[in-house]
Ligand binder design. Structure first.
Ligand code: BJ8
Length: 425
């Protein structure tokens, strides 16, 4: 198997030496952060296996698909409507971009004062260390933030890239623009795959993706219970894997995990004591293997019960509304659904603080930690508004700005401990 993988990575033009270093670094981190947890649900075994073979089986499936004439479409943002990709018999893959490993590679080209997510994704391509990037036929970017926009221009010199224009406002005119972008994306995918997207195929794809969203909703609903039956780290991992695993299998595995958690809840069994401080994290997405903040919080005895982020509620909260099986109506429903993502790239974006207040109550949290990646101006600025709003609601907030390195871990731990101490009283 190992040799098979090496052959596959060679065919994908992976830099094997660098790639070995990446995988060798990941193992011990996963052991320390994940496998050392006690009282984990057995259903997490699947996710441990996925991470243990992170560049193996799934990449092989994508390669098989490509060998049979199928296409692989890579994305970085939850705005890209994956239903259209599935409907054309292509496979969408959410790229990770959560590792410090690829950042020095990216910094050879990109300015250092760029957010870690952008540098990490660009470094993966530049350093040829990610088989998912190498295996994709098209990367779909978006105009959500300036740093990404400019990075996609550079990425486009190395691999085919298509950029969707995400509007900055939520006016009628903006919605029309976005609807036009969804229609244009359909054409791009049809041209890439040579397959026509029919109402039947799109209806099936909508059901497929909605099914996974419902399973994630179920998982998150179980986190509302006290004591919470799954750690924040494990729930985050299950969500992260949903970005690149097969949607049908992923839905099954998520539901199997939830069946097990149902039993835990019925037995009053939790991963932390009933009175453990409950934390909601709000802000920038956390791609694999960015487990830094969850690990810091949970190693202090608190538990993360919800993420208001694109690797959290923004990924699955809304379904594509059911419509008649006609292409126009389906495309409109898709366009409406995606315009309801409350990313900080929008102005104004009052819906996001509203969401955080609602989630804080639903998940009975003791405090909110606002997480933003260093040099991400949209989330950093929105934190000011969030702070005022939560103060008004009497919900304690800690603002954290960080990157993927471990350099500030000690300092962050001290601040988190002080915050937890404060909310206990
Ligand atoms: S919908 S949050 S996934 S854009 S952290 S790269 S914004 S400088 S990630 Fe995002 Fe889509 Fe919005 Fe979600 Fe830029 Fe900020 Fe970096 Fe960011």
């Amino acid at each position: 198997m190992a040799n098979e993988n090496v052959q596959m990575w060679t065919e994908l033009n992976i830099d094997l030496k660098s790639h070995d270093m990446l995988l060798n670094a990941l193992g011990p981190i996963f052991q320390e952060v994940y496998l050392s947890q006690k009282n984990r649900p057995a259903g997490m075994g699947f996710y441990d296996f996925v991470v243990g073979d992170i560049h193996g089986i799934r990449v092989k499936e994508l390669r098989e698909h490509a060998k049979n004439g199928g296409k692989v479409v890579a994305t970085y943002c939850v705005f890209v409507p994956e239903e259209l990709v599935w409907a054309a018999d292509a496979i969408p893959v959410g790229l990770c971009a959560g590792t410090q490993f690829s950042i020095p590679i990216a910094e050879e080209v990109l300015p250092r004062n760029t957010c870690a997510l952008i540098k990490s994704s660009f470094g993966f391509k530049l350093g040829r260390v990610c088989p998912y990037v190498q295996a994709s036929h098209l990367i779909v970017g978006e105009t959500t933030c300036d740093g990404k926009k400019k990075m996609f221009e550079m990425l486009g010199q190395l691999q085919p890239v298509y950029v969707m224009e995400v509007p900055n406002k939520k006016t009628e005119r903006s919605r029309e623009l976005w609807h036009g972008e969804v229609l244009a994306f359909k054409d791009v995918i049809e041209k890439l795959t040579g397959n026509r997207i029919t109402a039947k195929k799109l209806g099936e794809a909508i059901d497929l993706v909605n099914g996974r969203r419902l399973a994630l909703q179920r998982l998150y609903n179980l986190r509302k219970v006290r004591p919470v039956p799954i750690s924040g780290k494990d729930a985050l991992l299950a969500t992260q894997v949903s970005f690149y695993d097969d949607a049908k299998r992923d839905t099954q595995m998520l539901n199997a995990l939830c069946d097990e958690l149902d039993k835990r809840v019925a037995a009053g069994q939790g991963v932390a004591p009933k009175n453990a401080p409950r934390i909601l994290i709000s802000g920038s997405p956390m791609a694999i293997p960015n487990w830094k903040l969850h690990n810091l919080i949970e190693s202090t005895g608190a538990v993360v019960v919800c993420e208001e982020s694109c690797t959290g509620t923004r990924f699955f909260s809304d379904l594509v509304k059911p419509t008649e099986n006609k292409l126009d109506a389906q495309l409109k429903a898709i366009s409406d659904r995606y315009m309801n993502i409350h990313c900080a790239c929008f102005t104004p974006n009052d819906e996001r603080p509203d969401d955080v207040v609602r989630l804080a109550k639903e998940y009975q949290v003791d405090g909110v930690i606002h997480y933003n990646l260093q040099f991400c101006h949209t989330y950093a600025n929105e934190a000011v508004k969030m702070e005022k709003r939560l103060e008004k609601e009497g919900i304690p907030l800690l603002r954290i700005e960080t990157d993927y390195s471990d350099e500030d871990a000690g300092q962050l731990r001290t601040r988190i401990e002080a915050f937890l101490e404060m909310i206990k009283h």
